[in-house]
Design a protein around this ligand. Structure first.
Ligand code: PPS
Length: 327
């Protein structure tokens, strides 16, 4: 999810004079598409995203039961949002129920995205679409950016990460799709350079992943670290990890009635992709269909050269050294 295109009603410049002054003092760069980035607290943001981050830091009021779904863009955000909604709604809605929120809206339309909503409104996001408790939010901010605001709050944070090579390929497809441009090698090359240098939206990639990795080791009751690849390989085990962490484990009766499989099927890429709402509608000016592509582990092998692969592996290995985190 990103702020490349904002909804027509918020196209106006909501960046305050104070933020403009701050931006002028920050390191700056441009991403692969030439869009201006600035580096705040170690993370690269588009200027409007930074305003959303600052609004969050100043104005977000956490509640004890809040759940925040976090990710680097293109790492499985949509999937995690769908799963969280399906799990929290399961006592009210079976997937066969016509009123299930996932049948009438895209996961991004259901779960408010902190930086976007707080850019638009500068107050806590509107939760009218998903009124259940606990409140469910999502973010692409690194953990350290949220820590001061969430200090003393027992809210739970679920992070999903994905290997950098698939993440960057997914980003390439997404950028070309939302701009309705041809899938060009030159665009991949510039996205690759940005990923490698770290100057990519919400990057550096490795600092993002490490912030949650360390957070999950320091505070495993409040930060859960999940991997896209493990979700694909062992969905049953991973969804149970998630429900245990969220303190809403499946009951024996639920398991016996096939609810785990039902939730997984409802949230599967093929199912979400096939829903009418995800074929035809938009959220924040992005067509829902652009959030669903192949969802394959290792799709990068079809696009990256051996040199690119080698360089990424080297960078990731070097940056993650000593952390015990491996890809
Ligand atoms: N339900 C489900 N299951 C498995 N995989 C899924 C699912 N929904 C989306 N996807 C794939 O996730 C990739 C998009 O990542 P994000 O959802 O993080 O994108 S975003 O940050 O919210 O824009 C993108 O991956 P690629 O196919 O590799 O491009 C999507 O296809």
């Amino acid at each position: 999810m990103d702020l490349i295109e904002l909804p027509p009603n918020v196209k106006g410049d909501k960046i305050s004079e104070e933020t403009k002054i701050l931006i002028s003092s920050l390191p700056s760069d441009a991403d692969g598409q030439g869009k201006k980035l600035c580096k705040y607290q170690g993370c690269w943001y588009y200027h409007n995203t930074l305003q959303g981050v600052l609004n969050f830091q100043r104005g977000f009021q956490p509640q004890e039961t809040d759940i925040i779904l976090a990710s680097f863009p293109k790492s499985g955000t949509t999937w995690l949002k769908a799963l969280a909604v399906a799990l929290l709604e399961r006592s009210k809605n079976r997937s066969s129920d016509d009123h299930h929120p996932l049948l009438s809206d895209n996961p991004h339309g259901i779960v408010p995205f902190l930086e976007i909503d707080m850019y638009i409104e500068s107050s806590s996001p509107d939760l009218t679409k998903f009124s259940s408790l606990p409140r469910l939010f999502s973010t692409h901010m690194p953990l350290h950016t949220m820590q001061e605001t969430l200090k003393n709050s027992p809210c739970k944070i679920v992070y999903i990460c994905r290997n950098m090579k698939d993440t960057l390929i997914s980003w390439w497809f997404f950028v070309c799709a939302i701009h309705k441009i041809e899938l060009k090698r030159s665009i991949l090359d510039s996205i690759y350079e940005s990923f490698c240098s770290g100057a990519i939206y919400y990057g550096p990639f490795w600092d993002h992943v490490l912030s949650y990795w360390r957070g999950s080791l320091e505070d495993p009751k409040h930060v859960l670290f999940m991997r896209y690849e493990e979700m694909k390989a062992e969905p049953h085990d991973q969804i149970k990890r998630l429900t245990d962490f969220l303190e809403c484990p499946f009951t024996k009766e639920e398991e016996e009635s096939g609810l785990v499989e039902e939730v997984l099927e409802l949230c599967s890429l093929s199912n979400l992709k096939s829903l009418e709402v995800n074929k035809t509608e938009k959220v924040n000016n992005v067509e829902h269909k652009n959030y669903f592509r192949k969802g394959e582990v290792g799709d990068w092998k079809n696009y990256l050269t051996p040199e690119m692969e080698k360089k990424i592996d080297m960078i990731v290995q070097e940056k993650l050294q000593g952390s015990n985190l491996k890809f």
